[in-house]
Design a binder for this molecule. Sequence first.
Ligand SMILES: [Zn+2]
Length: 220
Amino acid sequence: MPNKILVFMGPPGSGKGTQAKRLGAFLNFKHISSGDLVRRILASDTVDQEEKKEVEKSRQGLLVADWLIYKLVFKEIEKNLQIGHGVILDGVIRNLEQAEDFFKFFTEKKWLKEVKIVWISLSDAEAMERLTKRRVCSKCNEIVAYSLETKDLSACLKCGGELIVRPDDNVETLTKRLKIQGTAAQQPILEFFRNSGVPVVEIDGRSAIEKVLEDIKQVV
Ligand SMILES: [Zn+2]
């Protein structure tokens, strides 16, 4: 039986979002991405202005405030675990303070033994290479990761829309993102969980998507 709270971590470009989604479908676990929760806020016209203003930051490569992440994510976790469902947290814990607060939340709820961290490793150089080459559908926003299978695609496989490089996938913005969210920045978080007795498993993110998924299935 896999642990019920799987925390996916890794630098941008490591493919953790894709893997989290696929593993979620495989295990029938709820995939919780702060990116998706944040986009839901942007698309909604009933949310308050303070939340929306906070969310706009993420468009400039900055991180959304902790209070908003907690509000959104704690609720989702509780909802699922109360009915016996597992969750996969994707890109949710992004700094040491958040790690400590999530740890506290898991401890209070007595869910600590259900937590496992899955770290998908990728060097900053490889991350930069992948991110500057990835594309997005101009119609449906589907992200098309750079790979041998996708490099010659010109139209979206889902809707036929034109594939373009996102304006913020440039070296300058990505350098900023990697500094805030890259491997070095995330080490203290991994260290904190290890020291707190939470299992941390490492997966080599350089492999092909299918191989990475198989590797993850082996360790959860
Ligand atoms: Zn599309």
